[in-house]
Design a protein around this ligand. Structure first.
Ligand code: ADP
Ligand code: ADP
Length: 225
């Protein structure tokens, strides 16, 4: 059973057809990228996989079950948005701790897990800062830590490394691949960066105007004449 499956999925907003009949299957533990020009429907696909939007037609399934029938707190899929909306009134620590506390984690666990996550994204020592006091790249890393802290089975990332400098981008790429390898997280990764998609992905889909035009391994996609 695929971890994530789209079957005949369409999404229209008024007269805009954002997604026009997409079929995709992402295997458990796979690193799957979505590529394509701005406006081709990548974010809309992610939002439907996260259950934030309902398809106008077709179905999205997680482990074989229709996503819109699974209660939000049990979907076990976290999404990091392009505009990494942090809670502005909360400290870095509280932003990252949010999902753990909502699940009733105890203080010791919260402290340990948040510490581990902030270490991972190179923000140890910034626990008390507010989002406005951080650079864009730092905020982006808080958003990643917040999405990872619950150890979700699947992570949906919408251009998550765009605001990072080269060194941090490389470090975060390594960290995401480590999570795939060691923890078995399934990734759907939206990027404009072909080099990034090439090095990170097991498979990728190239979208254009709401449709998937190519799908396969990076070799399949880049070596096709
Ligand atoms: P991108 O760089 O992915 O093209 P956009 O700025 O187009 O980002 O879209 C960001 C978000 O704004 C989308 O995920 C979508 O939910 C929303 N959005 C995009 N276009 C419209 C629109 N025409 N009307 C309302 N909301 C929109
Ligand atoms: P991408 O992520 O590939 O840039 P999007 O999924 O954000 O593309 O958008 C696909 C199309 O749907 C665009 O034409 C966008 O303007 C439109 N769109 C996205 N979200 C909305 C929305 N909430 N309302 C109206 N139009 C939208």
């Amino acid at each position: 059973v695929p971890a994530i499956e789209l079957a005949g999925v369409e999404k229209t907003y008024g007269r805009t057809a954002a997604v026009r009949g997409v079929d995709l299957a992402v295997a458990p533990g796979e690193f799957f990228s979505l590529l394509g020009p701005s406006g081709c429907g990548k974010t809309t696909v992610l939002r439907m996989v996260a259950g934030l939007e309902e398809p106008s037609a077709g179905e999205v399934r997680l482990d074989g079950r229709g996503v819109n029938g699974i209660p939000a707190e049990r979907r076990d899929v976290n999404m990091v948005f392009q505009s990494y909306a942090l809670f502005p009134h909360m400290s870095v620590f509280d932003n990252v701790a949010f999902g753990l506390r909502r699940r009733g984690a105890g203080r010791a666990e919260v402290r340990a897990r948040v510490g581990e996550m902030l270490e991972m994204v190179d923000l140890a020592g910034r626990e008390r800062r507010r989002p406005v006091e951080l650079s864009g790249g730092q905020q982006q890393r808080v958003a990643l830590a917040r999405a990872l802290v619950n150890r979700p089975r699947a992570l949906l990332l919408d251009e998550p490394l765009g605001a990072l400098d080269l060194r941090l981008r490389q470090a975060m790429q390594d960290e995401l691949k480590r999570l795939q390898r060691d923890v078995g997280v399934t990734f759907v990764y939206v990027t404009h960066d072909q080099g990034e998609a090439l090095t990170m992905s097991d498979r990728m889909a190239v979208m254009n105007e709401g449709r998937v035009e190519q799908v396969g391994t990076p070799r399949d996609v880049y070596e096709r004449p």
